[in-house]
Design a protein around this ligand. Structure first.
Ligand code: T5A
Length: 220
């Protein structure tokens, strides 16, 4: 008979924010920081994260001739998320590893909900169907003025504007406000980080937030 101790499930850490907030850059910092503190981490992103979900990402981000309505966009985000949750996130957490994810369902709430006007109740129903009781343990909201984020995103090496990056300032103002409203509603889960600060300062704030996570596995 096996005497192996049951594995305690890993934690899901998400990074959110408007374009150019620094999510991809800081997701790598979060993974490295957790690694140094004894945690095995899987770094991933949305939409995408698995082979099939990355194909859905291409469909939803590309600027093609065929219109994509807000509801279609929402369904595509959740189709990609369903693949990601089933085939990567849940199995990784079940092994006791942590998942660091560049965007998750809060992005749908902010972009499709606040930005495009899709009904919040519909988004909640899809979230329940796709990931049930799975919620991020901690969400780092990288907040900065829209103009600053877009300027960074547009001057990034090799940048080409996808369907979202081609949107107006007004759209991103609604997205930013939507994120801040989500953070106010769930202050335990969200940490709002001033992403307009120099990178070293942003990293310092994130390290402080991670050090406060209630996790036995975290080594000093
Ligand atoms: N989407 C996604 C939805 O609408 N609904 C959903 O449910 C989901 C999951 C995904 C798009 O899909 C939408 C939102 C998005 O529009 P994406 O490429 O994953 O697209 O996301 P983007 O936000 O477009 O990614 P970006 O690369 O533009 O932004 P990041 O990741 O926030 O920024 P990053 O790390 O690439 O940094 C940008 C530049 O700024 C510098 C970096 O070095 C880089 O050059 N930088 C800083 N410079 C100075 N000071 C700092 N503090 C800095 N931090 C980063």
């Amino acid at each position: 008979m096996s005497t192996r101790m049951p594995v305690s499930p890993g934690k899901l850490i998400t990074l959110e924010g408007i374009e150019g907030a620094g999510k991809s850059t800081l997701a790598q910092f979060v993974s490295a920081w957790l690694g140094r503190h004894g945690i095995t981490v899987r770094l991933t992103r949305e939409p995408g994260g698995t082979a099939l979900a990355e194909r859905v990402r291409q469909i939803v981000l590309e600027r093609g001739a065929e219109p994509v309505s807000p509801i279609t966009e929402t369904l595509l985000m959740f189709a990609a998320r369903a693949l990601h949750v089933q085939n990567l996130i849940r199995p990784t957490l079940a092994r006791g590893e942590w998942v660091v994810c560049d965007r998750f369902t809060d992005a749908t709430r902010a972009y499709q909900g606040s930005g495009r006007g899709v009904d919040a109740a519909l988004i909640d129903a899809l979230a329940l169907a796709v990931h049930g009781d799975l919620q991020p343990d901690c969400t780092l909201l990288l907040d900065l003025p829209v103009r600053a984020g877009l300027a960074r995103a547009r001057t990034r090496p090799g940048a080409t504007a996808d369907r979202f990056e081609a949107e107006s300032l007004g759209f991103f103002e609604k997205v930013r406000a939507g994120y801040l409203a989500l953070a106010r509603r769930e202050p335990q889960r969200f940490r709002i980080i001033d992403a307009a600060a120099p990178l070293a300062e942003v990293e310092q704030r994130i390290a402080e937030a991670l050090a406060q996570l209630p996790a036995r596995e975290l080594r000093a």
